[in-house]
Design a protein around this ligand. Structure first.
Ligand SMILES: [Zn+2]
Length: 163
């Protein structure tokens, strides 16, 4: 199966960041009319993620309607529906989806908090927005992702005592 790529409508910006943290190529656009969004999804062979039923209908086979208003649940919907696994975590800019490039430690000096500089060895830079990422930036996202996935299969964790 080809790795799915996504186009996310303006209501799902947080979901876009979560998919990027997992390594998925996820384009997020604002201010596009429905017809242009659908056109873009078709042209770039992306799955259009939206909560807008009418838009999902217009995009038909290349869309996935997301139901929840909660980012965690939305991600779970997408993961379940497409049977996703983490792709290549810590490879994409969470902000602009560009592929990150490795950067040496001396080049990040003064651009990130000192404690981060001292705690990590592996830094990456976005070639477009010049933001610097380190494993923690994506791991916070990832941890939540895995908890999300894990929670699906985990048995009831909490038992209530009825009196
Ligand atoms: Zn960027």
């Amino acid at each position: 199966m080809n790795t799915p790529r996504f186009l996310v409508d303006c209501m799902l910006g947080k979901l876009a960041r979560r998919l990027r943290a997992l390594g998925y190529d996820t384009r997020f656009v604002r201010y596009l009319t429905d017809i242009r969004l659908v056109g873009l999804a078709r042209y770039e062979k992306r799955i259009l993620l939206t909560r807008d039923l009418e838009l999902a209908r217009k995009a038909n086979e290349c869309s996935l309607l997301v139901h929840s208003g909660n980012t965690e649940t939305q991600l779970r919907e997408v993961i379940n529906h497409l049977n996703l696994t983490p792709q290549a975590p810590f490879t994409r800019c969470l902000q602009c989806n560009s592929l990150l490039e490795s950067i040496t430690r001396d080049k990040v000096k003064g651009r990130i908090p000192l404690y981060v500089e001292k705690s990590f060895h592996n830094f990456k830079e976005c070639p477009d927005c010049k933001r610097i990422f380190w494993p923690g930036t994506h791991q916070d996202n990832l941890r939540r992702e895995f908890e999300t996935i894990h929670a699906l299969n985990a048995p009831e964790k909490y038992h209530h005592t009825n009196k």
